[in-house]
Ligand binder design. Structure first.
Ligand code: SF4
Ligand code: SF4
Length: 97
């Protein structure tokens, strides 16, 4: 019987981070097709979107949500899905708001 360690070694190598520490420089926002637009009139500044964003793209100043770092936001829409006030709308990049 094959041990679990041997099974793990059979998995082929996946994506490798060859240049760690480059996230500031690599502008993942270029991948985006939709961008988050926040209705600040409904926002309670609960920071759930800040916690959930995989790219740390929610901008905060003095415990208040202030905007989105569009240079790094990939447009995944997690923030919009998780916002309890439903005040983040994902808008196609080619649409003006
Ligand atoms: S999750 Fe929604 S209500 Fe909470 S800070 Fe973000 S935008 Fe505001
Ligand atoms: S769309 Fe995704 S990457 Fe952009 S701010 Fe929301 S959670 Fe972060």
């Amino acid at each position: 019987m094959t041990s679990r360690i041997a099974e793990w070694k059979r998995i082929s190598a996946g994506g490798l981070v060859s240049n760690p520490g480059s996230s500031e420089r690599v502008q993942t926002g270029a991948w985006r097709t939709r961008r988050p637009v926040i209705d600040f009139s409904q926002c309670t500044h609960c920071m759930i979107c800040w916690v959930m964003c995989p790219d740390t793209s929610m901008q905060v100043y003095k415990d208040r949500l202030t905007g989105v770092d569009l240079a790094h936001c990939k447009g995944c829409g997690i923030c919009a899905s998780e916002c309890p006030k439903h005040c983040i709308q994902m808008v196609p990049e080619d649409r003006r708001v």
